[in-house]
Write a protein that binds this ligand. Structure first.
Ligand code: PFF
Length: 433
């Protein structure tokens, strides 16, 4: 193990940095749209159960692997057994594919910032979104702009400033979400929206929904892609793993719930389809802003903060790939950043065109954008997570004692890690697909 590994200056800065990586479009854009498509409250219930009892185990494992080995994802797997290096690469492939659709949404955010900045607010956002996203030039340009803005950070190797900004922007973001959620629940359709979100309709329950809830839970917590291993590697010796994991889960879940409470009442007030898909937040939220006094101001602040939340997540994705390329191909940070950016650019251009000229180009019945979203979240993340649990549970002697302690609680977690979580992951993967 290396001696001079940098450490987070305090427990709180570790938590804020990890929350900064976890909280992003997964909470504000993906969570409501996936919940809307999967029956609302029944999805939420499944998601909460999975996150609290299942996903917490691999989350603790990733943090502990980072803390114990103090290396990036690939070298962590390699240190456990050189044959496992391949699994580290699977995490890196996943975290490189995610930006190829995530940054398209980042481009949409840039467009909305421009709308509210220039006060050219359209009357009907449903129409506006479909005409904007189906264009050729602007969505591609904005996706690439978002990519370049994000890639600047790993390229220059300066994440310090962004970490400081995180400490101000994240609490501010939470505050504006609370204000908007309060406004949303005073709207005429609020009751219906809240029922949709909190009153489960058990007839909507199905096996593929469990896989989707699992994919969302892993996506939002950034599990199964090596990022948490990397973040855990900067942990101080005395930082408690289980406590940190639950703190992260609570912060992330509160933000996601606030996003839902903000979006669904508006969806029902304005007659938007809850199952509208990827466009949901981009149709319903601006409708709400248009109703508020100083609409451009709220819209602008909201999208700037959302931009910030997504860029911090984006940076952590790129940084994971860049670090892996640097370490494993022995190339400079700048070269690794350029290669990473080029790969993502090549895939994200057709992905950005999935809503227009390439809407008929389908892989397994999905547009490239939807396919990347589905394949990474619902297949690669559960698979990588399964591997992480199996390796941590079965290939590292007494790993569970180091993570969970030798108490009764520790023993229960050990059974979860070795048997229950892998069995559930296999079951959900096999039946869901
Ligand atoms: N968890 C982030 C979100 O919910 O937006 C997405 C993410 C961040 C994925 C970091 C991957 C990653 F490495």
């Amino acid at each position: 193990m290396e001696d001079k590994r940098p450490e987070w200056s305090s427990h709180i800065s570790f938590i804020i940095a990890t929350v900064g990586s976890a909280v992003g479009l997964g909470n504000i854009w993906r969570f409501p749209y996936i919940m809307g498509k999967n029956g609302g409250a029944i999805f939420l219930l499944t998601y909460l159960l999975l996150i609290a009892f299942i996903c917490v185990i691999p989350l603790c494992c990733e943090l502990a692997l980072g803390k114990l080995y103090k290396k990036d994802a690939i070298n962590t797997f390699k240190s456990i057994n050189p044959k496992f290096k391949f699994f580290g690469w699977l995490c890196i492939i996943t975290v490189t594919l995610i930006p190829c659709f995530y940054f398209v949404v980042g481009g949409w955010i840039l467009n909305y910032i421009w709308i509210f900045l220039s006060s050219k607010i359209p009357d009907n956002f449903t129409q506006y979104f479909s005409s904007f996203s189906s264009q050729i030039f602007i969505p591609v340009l904005l996706t690439l702009l978002f990519l370049l803005m994000t890639a600047m950070f790993p390229y220059r190797g300066v994440n310090k400033g962004i970490e400081k900004a995180n400490n101000i922007m994240m609490p501010l973001f939470a505050l504006i979400l609370v204000i908007l959620a309060i406004f949303a629940i005073t709207q005429p359709g609020a009751k219906e929206g809240l029922f949709f979100m909190f009153k489960p309709d058990f007839s909507q329950f199905n096996k593929s929904m469990i896989l989707t809830a699992l994919g969302q839970a892993l996506f939002t917590l950034s599990i199964g892609m090596g990022t948490i291993i990397t973040y855990g590697s900067y942990m101080k010796e005395d930082t408690k793993i289980v406590k940190s994991a639950y703190t992260l889960i609570c912060c992330d879940t509160i933000i996601a719930l606030l996003a839902g409470i903000m979006i669904f009442p508006i969806v029902f007030s304005f007659g938007v389809e809850p199952s509208a898909g990827a466009s949901l937040a981009f149709i319903s939220l601006p409708e709400m802003f248009a109703k508020l006094p100083f609409s451009w101001f709220f819209g602008l602040i909201f999208f700037i903060l959302l931009f910030f939340a997504s860029i911090t997540s984006g940076i952590s994705m790129l940084e994971t790939t860049v670090a892996a390329f640097m370490d494993n191909f022995k190339i400079s940070r700048k070269k690794a950043s350029v290669i990473t950016t080029a790969i993502i650019a090549v895939i994200s251009i057709p992905s950005a065109l999935s809503f227009g000229v390439l809407s008929n180009f389908k892989i397994l019945g999905k547009t490239l954008f939807d396919f990347l979203d589905y394949f990474t979240s619902n297949i690669m993340l559960p698979f990588n997570t399964l591997i992480i649990c199996l390796i941590a549970g079965w290939c590292i002697p007494d790993f569970w004692k180091k993570v969970f302690g030798e108490s009764f609680f520790g023993r229960v977690c050990n059974i979860l890690l070795k048997f229950i979580v892998p069995i559930i992951l296999i079951f959900v993967l096999v039946t869901g697909i």
